[in-house]
Design a protein around this ligand. Structure first.
Ligand SMILES: [Zn+2]
Length: 654
């Protein structure tokens, strides 16, 4: 998960912005909406006019208190500024899609809310919610936010307004970090274990929670900066929302090990005197996820399969593609599970009250995923390719007019491509796309063909003026990929992305375009996503995951012909692994080589720090905290073959 390495950069950028821009845009350029952007937004004004005000009443209902001020990290940097989105208290500016503005205003209703007798929610302390359910002796806490800092702040706020109660249960609805990363801010591992506090999670929770961050953390962390708009100014020209809530709080990430796992579609369980029925719903929104009902309260918690937005079949940060049909099936089951429900809550956004409204809400969610799936498959079978299908599929009016399934987080166009990918993969079947040129190589050839960069930029300028932003972006991307030093192309591409961001209804698209514009002007962040903040999580990750990640970091060409045999002994775990390289592939299995080149003995925490990059391999190997027998030289050479991914690679320019 991302941490705030570029806070200083952000601060410096903000100073530059204030000095040279009349509006606080992304990177100091003029940030007004173009005429074509304003025209593109007109239909959305129509859509929200029909939406009514019920959502606002729901989002405000039961407010007990609203936080202000900031959540700070241990070093004093700002992790969450509760007042940063005050600018949303105004009519929609033309730099934000009106539908997204409405959604961003709804998410700006933050605070401690009473949902019903014995049920409270803390919303806006992070991107997700904490729900508190009153048990016989204390709070049963549902979800734990992204970081220890935000969870601690939320729980302290609840204590201030509801009084002090012990934690009598913790339910971690799914294996995404924004719902478990702050577990240690809800309750310490020592207290949870001493008091035998039940910690409930879906089957496969730990495996899924720990795997994503280790193997592809560098790529996903970097891309999530685009999805969540981490480094954008909070302003009408910058970040207005994430679609799921306000800021992701990039603080210290941890986890607690579950004591109860949910395997069944309907699994009853009593926690602190409250009778729950848990529903295991894996491999839709998350590979490990549960929802639950409390029949005595007529309460249903949809976790994240349900939220007040169309969700992602494939988030743009990257993930394994999700199963739309299974998702729709879970919605069908949820309709059954909510026959008697009067209150709906979830891991993000505001609740819904009243059975008819809950059933309508779930029905629309069922059908938005089923429609997306079925229409994509229909057009796939008719021979259309992903970009063609994305341009073709539109929601029927009965779904499009329902605000809670509009694309404020997910987007129909990338969800359509996710369905295509789920069944047919990356290749569209056209041999022209079987082995296309890499972006820089294609860019250079296009530039030569079209008579040079200046002509292409001039053509892009014409497209920009006409409002043909997709074409302008395509032309300019060729120039920038061919030559990242072309300032005219980068400046115009930044302006183009900015307008595309202003038009986007999806917060993630807006954040991606505006971050692209920002990085064209300022370059990528100085540092990648730091793993140091996730050390509490990494320590709970099985050793095999680190060894898999290590194998996937082996520099293949450099390892060709090498035959190292290394023993790894984790002294505190009483575990040994034999590591070896064959065919430029790093393998491992439990046990030890009888004749190793070297044996490395160290503790798991030290090994994790070494592999996670928070302690350098060479320094660690030369330190006193570990034991090496055999050839230290071989060991250093072996670890020299393991790539470190700094995680701040260029995306919009190389
Ligand atoms: Zn979430």
């Amino acid at each position: 998960m991302p941490s705030p390495p570029s806070r200083l950069t952000l601060f410096a950028a903000a100073v530059v912005l204030a000095a040279c821009s009349k509006t606080q845009g992304v990177g100091g350029e003029s940030s007004d909406a173009s005429a074509s952007t304003r025209a593109a937004q007109a239909p959305f004004v129509q859509a929200i006019a029909q939406a009514g005000t019920q959502d606002f009443e729901d989002a405000k209902r039961g407010l007990i208190a609203r936080p202000s001020g900031k959540i700070l990290s241990a070093d004093g940097s700002v992790l969450r500024d509760f007042d940063a989105y005050g600018f949303l208290d105004a009519a929609a500016p033309d730099t934000v899609n009106p539908s997204l503005w409405r959604h961003a205003q709804l998410n700006a209703h933050i605070g401690l809310f009473k949902v019903m007798d014995g049920v409270y929610q803390l919303r806006g302390f992070d991107i997700a919610n904490i729900t508190l359910i009153e048990g016989k002796s204390g709070w049963i806490v549902v979800d734990a936010l992204t970081s220890r800092e935000s969870a601690t702040a939320a729980m302290a706020f609840a204590e201030q307004h509801l009084g002090k109660k012990p934690i009598s249960g913790l339910i971690l609805t799914h294996a995404h970090a924004d719902h478990f990363g702050g577990a240690l801010g809800v309750i310490s591992a020592q207290e949870a274990s001493a008091r035998k506090v039940p910690i409930v999670a879906p089957a496969g929770f730990i495996e899924e929670a720990t795997s994503e961050n280790v193997l592809v953390g560098a790529a996903m962390g970097r891309r999530s900066v685009y999805q969540f708009g981490r480094d954008l100014p909070r302003s009408a020209q910058g970040n207005v929302d994430t679609g799921l809530g306000k800021d992701v709080v990039y603080g210290s990430l941890g986890i607690l090990l579950p004591t109860w796992l949910i395997y069944q579609a309907n699994q009853p369980m009593q926690i602190d005197g409250v009778d729950f029925v848990f529903h295991n719903v894996p491999n839709a929104e998350c590979p490990a996820e549960l929802s639950f009902s409390i029949p005595s309260k007529k309460l249903y918690d949809g976790a994240e399969n349900l939220s007040q937005t169309m969700h992602n079949l494939l988030p743009i940060r990257g993930a394994k593609v999700r199963d739309a049909l299974r998702w729709a099936t879970y919605m069908e089951q949820a309709l059954e599970q909510t026959r008697e429900a009067e209150v709906y809550i979830a891991s993000h956004h505001w609740p819904i009250w009243g059975n008819a409204r809950i059933q309508a809400f779930i029905t629309k969610h069922r059908d938005v995923y089923k429609y997306t799936h079925d229409q994509t498959v229909r057009l796939m079978n008719a021979g259309l390719t992903p970009n063609e299908i994305a341009d073709r599929v539109q929601l029927p009016a009965s779904l499009a007019e329902f605000m809670a399934v509009r694309g404020h987080y997910g987007d129909l166009r990338h969800n359509v491509k996710a369905v295509y990918q789920f069944y047919l993969g990356f290749y569209d079947g056209n041999p022209a796309h079987l082995n296309p040129l890499a972006p820089a190589d294609a860019g250079k050839r296009y530039l030569d063909l079209l008579g040079g960069a200046d002509k292409v930029v001039a053509a892009a300028q014409q497209a920009f003026v006409k409002g043909d932003m997709r074409w302008a972006a395509e032309l300019l991307n060729h120039v920038v990929m061919a030559d990242a030093s072309n300032q005219a192309a980068k400046a115009l591409l930044a302006k183009t992305y900015e307008q595309m961001g202003y038009m986007a209804e999806s917060a993630t698209w807006r954040n991606a375009y505006l971050t692209g514009a920002q990085e064209l002007r300022q370059g990528p962040p100085a540092k990648g996503v730091s793993k140091a903040a996730a050390i509490d999580l990494l320590l709970q990750t099985p050793v095999e995951r680190f060894l898999e990640a290590m194998a996937a970091s082996l520099d293949g060409p450099a390892a060709e012909g090498k035959k190292y045999r290394i023993n790894l002994v984790l002294s505190d775990q009483k575990e040994s692994y034999a590591l070896w390289i064959d065919n430029a592939v790093l393998h491992f299995k439990r046990g030890q080589h009888p004749q190793a080149d070297a044996t490395l003995t160290l503790t798991k925490p030290l090994f994790v720090k070494m592999i996670a990059g928070t302690a350098g391999a060479k320094d660690t190997l030369l330190g006193d905290d570990l034991k090496v027998t055999g050839s230290k030289v071989d060991l250093v050479r072996f670890f020299g073959l393991i790539d470190k991914a700094p995680g701040n690679f260029g995306i919009v320019a190389r």
